[in-house]
Design a protein. Structure first.
Length: 740
């Protein structure tokens, strides 16, 4: 900017691209201006290539390392027009399938009309020796696709929106994407595109759309439903939905109510009076809740008249497994023998794992093929270790994959192609949301049994619904709650304190002994230093616990003791930069060989292989943790080892990974670690709850260290507020089973 604050303008041609970030389009390039001087320009220039012309508007700035550079706020980009510029553009790899040699042949033949021929007359390319008709069409298609994406990205970036939205728009709508988003910017907030309503609304308002347009109101209503589904709600009461929408976009309540009616009429919203509420659902959540309720209700009424002599069978199991079952454990065996669906719940140390082994052995005696499953990869792996039988994630069991568009999840196993089994044991059932339980129930054969196992006092699922709790509270599914702490666990302060926390009692945190320790730190900075020292020095050196067996947990992502900040500090301490380790900057993160990383979304299509190439498969799932083995800058890819499954990520897919030395408690659900360090600091009341502290403590197997202020821990214990979720599974189950 000049002294009056106005944007300056520079025009020229791109000489070279120094750096580009695939995640956000951020680019550093050299621009030769009209005076022949070379200028460093930084800004959002997706797919920038040497040879193209630009007119950039912005201001000069001085970087502490790179010196004087021009920071562009806006850019007008022009395709190269002269033969020399076109050659530079094509030779620089701008178009897939065209390198320097092919670029020279094209420019020699077509001169300054080369790009026009590539885009509109690809058949003429085939007249050149070495270019087949198929390759000519491939070159043309690549150029047209890139040009379309680039124009779309320029449009999206000009409003300060994320370039990834342009990629998704183009993937879904192709060449029509630009026209469609100009006609209705609110398609950005559709689930398959992934933009927020705020992003779509900002674009619409900047383009002069009417603030009371039907498209805006409809998009706001659907956004409110989707946003609240992310907070665990299956539906929103109609009056609350109308009021929230009106407040969000500043329209009259009657306009929002009219929009709700319009969406109900065209099927984009489902409405039903249920559980005393005028409930508004997204269609997929309505189908999941009603479907799961119907199947569970039918299973709860199904009884089996087994001829097995249960007392004799229990004695045989006790002899086989060298154990003596408690009365409640015998009760769950009786119920699992006679009922199609049963629930087993209990806290740490109460014998859930022993009961699972007993049920599995009993089903084996009955000749039932039993499948073991859990919501996360780590929970499934732990189930395998504890039972000696192969367990799979629910997604893998159901053969989840993306549809043809790569946006919607579909399952290979359902009513038409059911699982081959006589029983399913589902562990960590508290983590299962309404859509996943519905998918599992759909895939089960009509006569197959279901055993749901979990800790009802842990955090509910991240996704919509509170399935495990609703099934228990409905009273229609036979349930056993294990309460006795077994002798081998009585000495564990982790187990004892976890039960005290769950009862709302304050354990003595000053009693540093056994497997539970508290290191009191009143300032966040001191807590951070202690966490880093524990991971890097004290636990490996004094207790012989290597860093890979230690997991740092925090209630939150933000702040000094949030996972984002902690991961940066732990990376510095546990995997610092080295000449021997390659690294890749992506967004605000730097991925380095040796880093511990976590997959943060389900990817059903990613290929993996084992270390010997003797086994391959597909699918890496949200919460899976691995280690970066290698980074290949030339191939622009990164390899991660997920417990023996090697998955390769292109640099453009790194948005699916995060560092994982520190995790939120929610992300750690279903997992167990040898040592857990829990970093606590004053935070939102929504996060500092009893069930979150209880869940965190029960993640530790051998050692729990609480770092922070006692008052925060006690505050969490006293905060028994459980957020109400709008869901009707419990109501539907009771109604279907005739329970008032």
């Amino acid at each position: 900017m000049d002294e009056q604050g106005e944007l300056l303008e520079i025009s020229g041609s791109v000489e070279s691209v120094i750096y580009k970030n695939e995640a956000n389009g951020y680019t550093v390039l050299r621009l030769k201006d009209e005076n022949g001087e070379t200028v460093t320009v930084v800004g959002c220039f997706p797919y920038a290539s040497p040879g193209e012309s630009m007119i950039v508007s912005g201001a000069w700035s001085t970087h502490s390392v790179h010196g004087r550079q021009f920071k562009a706020a806006f850019a007008q980009r022009l395709m190269p027009s002269g033969a020399q510029a076109i050659y530079a553009y094509l030779a620089g790899g701008a178009v897939r399938g065209v390198g320097p040699a092919t670029a020279a042949l094209l420019v020699d033949r077509f001169g300054d009309k080369t790009l026009d021929v590539i885009e509109h007359k690809p058949e003429q390319l085939a007249a050149i020796r070495g270019i087949s008709a198929a390759k000519a069409e491939q070159i043309s298609q690549s150029f047209r696709s890139q040009a379309g994406i680039r124009r779309l990205m320029e449009y999206i970036c000009s409003f300060g929106l994320r370039p990834v939205l342009a990629m998704r728009l183009y993937k879904y709508y192709g060449a029509q994407a630009l026209d469609l988003v100009r006609d209705n910017p609110y398609i950005l907030s559709a689930a398959h595109i992934g933009g927020s309503f705020a992003e779509a609304d900002a674009l619409a308002m900047a383009e002069g759309f009417d603030s009371t347009s039907q498209n805006r109101i409809d998009a706001a209503i659907l956004f409110e439903l989707a946003h609240n589904a992310g907070n665990g709600h299956c539906f929103i009461p109609r009056e609350k939905l109308s009021a929230a929408t009106a407040q969000l976009i500043g329209v009259a309540d009657e306009d929002a109510e009219e929009g709700i009616g319009r969406l109900i009429e065209d099927g984009r919203l489902r409405y039903e009076e249920v559980a005393g509420c005028r409930a508004c659902y997204l269609p997929e959540l309505y189908e999941a809740e009603t479907g799961a309720a119907g199947r569970l209700a039918a299973m709860s009424r199904r009884k089996f008249q087994e001829e097995a002599d249960l007392p004799r069978l229990i004695r045989q199991l006790e002899e086989q497994l060298h154990i003596h079952y408690a009365q409640l454990q015998k009760q769950i065996l009786r119920l699992a023998l006679a009922n199609q669906v049963v629930v087993l719940t209990g806290g740490p140390g109460t014998g859930k794992t022993t009961s699972i082994r007993a049920i599995l052995a009993m089903f084996d005696r009955l000749g039932l093929k039993t499948l073991l499953t859990a919501p996360t990869g780590r929970a499934a792996k732990r189930m395998t270790e504890l039972t000696g039988r192969e367990a799979a994630t629910v997604h893998r069991l159901l053969e989840a994959k993306f549809d043809m568009d790569g946006e919607k999840v579909i399952f290979g196993r359902d009513e038409r192609s059911p699982l081959d089994c006589g029983a399913v044991i589902l562990d960590e059932a508290s983590m299962v949301d309404i859509t996943l339980i519905d998918a599992l129930l759909r895939a089960m054969p009509p006569d197959a049994r279901l055993v749901m196992v979990g800790d009802a006092d842990q955090l509910p699922s991240v996704g919509p619904g509170n399935v495990f709790s609703a099934v228990i509270r409905s009273g229609v599914v036979p349930t056993v709650r294990l309460t006795e702490i077994f002798r081998q666990n009585e000495g564990s302060r982790i187990v004892r304190n976890a039960h005290m926390i769950n009862r709302g009692e304050h354990p003595d945190l000053s009693e540093n002994a056994g497997d539970f320790f508290r290191l009191r730190r009143l300032e966040a900075a001191g807590s951070v230093e202690t966490v880093v020292e524990l991971c890097a020095v004290r636990l490996p050196g004094k207790m012989h616990i290597p860093p890979q067996d230690i997991q740092v947990l925090s209630p939150t992502r933000r702040g000094e003791l949030g996972t984002v900040s902690l991961n940066k500090r732990l990376q510095e301490a546990l995997n610092p930069p080295s000449r021997e380790k390659k690294e890749k900057a992506f967004g605000e993160a730097v991925f380095r060989e040796g880093d511990r990383v976590m997959q943060i979304r389900n990817n059903y299509d990613i290929l993996w292989r084992n270390e010997t190439n003797t086994l391959t498969g597909t699918g890496i799932y949200n919460g899976d943790i691995g280690r970066i083995l290698r980074i290949d800058q030339d191939a622009e890819e990164l390899t991660v080892d997920f417990d023996g499954r090697l998955a390769v990520y292109g640099f453009d897919a790194l948005i699916e990974l995060e560092h994982a030395w520190a995790l939120t408690v929610h992300k750690a659900q279903g997992s167990e670690y040898r040592a857990v360090i829990l970093a606590l600091s004053p935070s939102s009341q929504m996060l500092l709850t009893r069930d979150l502290l209880y869940t965190a403590v029960t993640r530790a197997r051998e050692l729990l260290i609480l770092v922070g202020d006692d008052r925060t821990a006690y505050q969490m214990i006293d905060n028994f507020r459980q957020s109400k979720r709008y869901a009707a599974l419990r109501f539907r189950l009771r109604k279907l089973c005739g329970v008032s």
